[in-house]
Ligand binder design. Structure first.
Ligand code: HEC
Ligand code: HEC
Ligand code: HEC
Ligand code: HEC
Ligand code: HEC
Length: 446
């Protein structure tokens, strides 16, 4: 206890929320945990899957490194209120460093074991949480020979095993997938979204959609199982998981239109596949948007604009190339005269954006989830099994070509606003739009 207190004092952590999970900080050494490659010797397939998943890259991948070392860490050193994130980010993204008290960890190129990310030993040594409804890395962890697992009838030549209800439960995921900012805002709540939605009531767990089952041998020398749990953890970084995640239908209100007249189309978007909102997780920087345009008989394109519904905060859900945001990047990085970046990146004007904007204590929209004081202004994402209906309109110009025209609707997703990605010179794949769905309808221009 004395040791724990001294570590906490060094990090100058007083304010509660982000430090719900501080119980395990600095209690261990890197050497208390085995390396994923050790496990991979017998758990070959699972190791390969984990290696490709974001879990193994949670500390090393480009945007994580940039956001921690260029924004969160310097910010934690100059603003007392957010000082806890120095260790907090690392608890979920490079847990071995957090558990070993190596805070802040060295950058990725130093090759420390922080780079192992959310490793096998993390999930299979976690025995529970200090919280009834977990969040903020509130896991309790017990390294050693015994691995926590989902089965009762297991023997392993490599280690002891303990059947754990917690390993099987969505609460394991909640320890890292739900997060409260130092200002008390819920800045990640995938678990809470799931819990409030239909899937929890039907007993469909996170594991059932993100760790699907198929016949296989989970460990060399072990039994063949009809239902081995695969460690894919595919989420929005995998186009195959996003493709079709939202159903899209498109209808023209008029079959025939003429130049100078209005054309209205109706789109219906149904979240039939995700157990939580889409987008979920890092909501501060995720955008899902619907862009709609008409291509006339000569191939010329005209954008349709979403029709306002009049709800509170709707302005944040309509793409506007003039809107600025993220001014706090300048504050954090000490940039003189920084005016902010385009709020919606390159999303075409008039598109509908399904998002939940986050705001810092100054009321500026932010991608810094740790600096978020408020995010209940508007939440216009698509909930599990929810359908959203949108109308888009175009006043057909006088010179539109007569004949068969096509209206196309594209539903796209991006991890980070392109303006932010470009500002930090990230590789394009970190923020390039990913196609979720597409629909078309024909109209006759007479
Ligand atoms: C010498 C080979 C070997 C090594 C090394 C090894 N395991 Fe295993 N492990 C097995 C076998 C075999 C099983 C049993 C599989 C079965 O019969 O379903 C198993 C089972 C498990 C289970 C499942 C328990 C359950 O309830 O289903 C977990 C979790 C696990 N190992 C984690 C690990 C981790 C983490 C490491 C690395 C720190 C590791 N193993 C290293 C061979 C090994
Ligand atoms: C993010 C947490 C997480 C990580 C990281 C993780 N696992 Fe698992 N693992 C689980 C969960 C959860 C289950 C049980 C799935 C279920 O209940 O459907 C599981 C199941 C297993 C099983 C038993 C599979 C079966 O069907 O019998 C083995 C073996 C295993 N993991 C080994 C590993 C190894 C080896 C690694 C690293 C290469 C690893 N795990 C990384 C969460 C994790
Ligand atoms: C120790 C913390 C921790 C635990 C426990 C954990 N995760 Fe994660 N998970 C993360 C982090 C950190 C990321 C973000 C990785 C990144 O993109 O940098 C992540 C990312 C993901 C993603 C998104 C991947 C993508 O392609 O965008 C999915 C899906 C996911 N986790 C599912 C789960 C499930 C299911 C469980 C429970 C069985 C779980 N996680 C448990 C920390 C954790
Ligand atoms: C019914 C299936 C289903 C269930 C249950 C489910 N997910 Fe997902 N999840 C999906 C699909 C489909 C996506 C892809 C859409 C997306 O990225 O928003 C996804 C995406 C994600 C992402 C990436 C979100 C983003 O937009 O970046 C994370 C993280 C995640 N899931 C974690 C979880 C956790 C944690 C749980 C349990 C609390 C869970 N999921 C339960 C189907 C499911
Ligand atoms: C309670 C656990 C937790 C804490 C604390 C946490 N993260 Fe995360 N982080 C996650 C999870 C889980 C995801 C994945 C969510 C998703 O896929 O949408 C994530 C995603 C991210 C991403 C997005 C990765 C991508 O490819 O888009 C970045 C960047 C990131 N975190 C940086 C940070 C920084 C910097 C901090 C500290 C200020 C931090 N995180 C604190 C759990 C956490």
């Amino acid at each position: 206890m004395k040791r724990l207190l001294s570590v906490m004092a060094v990090s100058a952590v007083v304010a509660a929320p982000l430090f719900v999970g501080a119980a395990e900080m600095g209690k261990f050494k890197y050497d208390d945990f085995q390396k994923p490659t050790d496990c991979g010797m017998c758990h070959t397939e699972i190791y390969q899957e984990w290696k490709q998943a974001m879990m193994s890259q949670s500390f090393t991948h480009e945007w994580d490194e940039v956001e921690y070392f260029k924004l969160a860490l310097p910010h934690s050193q100059k603003l007392e209120k957010v000082s806890g994130v120095k260790g907090g980010c690392v608890a979920c993204h490079g847990p071995l460093a957090f558990l070993s008290g190596d805070i802040p960890p060295k950058p990725v190129k130093a090759g420390t074991r922080a780079n192992e990310g959310v490793s096998c030993e993390i999930c299979h040594n976690i025995t529970g949480s200090t919280e009834q409804t977990p969040f903020n890395f509130s896991f309790v962890i017990q390294p050693g020979d015994v691995k926590q697992g989902p089965r009762k009838d297991v023997k392993s030549p490599g280690h002891g095993v303990n059947f754990s209800e917690f390993t099987r439960s969505p609460e394991l995921c909640a320890t890292c997938h739900d997060e409260q900012s130092p200002y008390g805002a819920w800045v990640k709540e995938t678990y809470r979204e799931w819990k409030a939605g239909p899937y929890s009531k039907e007993g469909v767990r996170c594991q059932d959609c993100h760790m699907y089952r198929a016949p296989g041998v989970p460990g060399m020398g072990g039994q063949e199982r009809p239902d081995m749990a695969h460690h894919t953890f595919h989420g929005s970084h995998f186009p195959s998981k996003l493709a079709g995640a939202i159903d899209l239908a498109l209808y023209a209100e008029e079959d025939e239109v003429s130049p100078g007249k209005g054309l209205t189309v109706r789109s219906e978007l149904f979240n039939g596949k995700a157990g939580h909102y889409v987008p979920s997780g890092s909501t501060e920087e995720r955008m899902l948007w619907l862009e709609v345009w008409l291509t006339d008989a000569k191939g010329k394109r005209y954008a349709l604009k979403v029709q306002p519904k009049g709800f509170k905060g709707e302005e944040y859900t309509v793409a506007d190339s003039k809107a600025m945001a993220y001014q706090d990047i300048g504050e954090i990085m000490d940039l003189a005269n920084f005016k902010g970046l385009k709020r919606d990146g390159n999303v075409p004007d008039g598109s509908r954006i399904f998002r939940r904007p986050f705001f810092n204590p100054k009321g500026e929209m932010t991608v810094a989830q740790w600096y978020t004081a408020k995010n209940d202004v508007v939440d216009y994402r698509i909930g599990p099994r929810e359908t959203k209906i949108e109308h888009f309109k175009l006043e057909l110009p006088k010179d539109v070509a007569k004949g068969q025209a096509t209206v196309t609707a594209r539903l796209l997703y991006s991890q980070i606003p392109s303006s932010v990605g470009e500002f930090f010179k990230l590789s394009k794949e970190e923020y390039a739009p990913i196609l979720v769905n597409e629909a078309r309808v024909m109209v006759n221009v007479k």
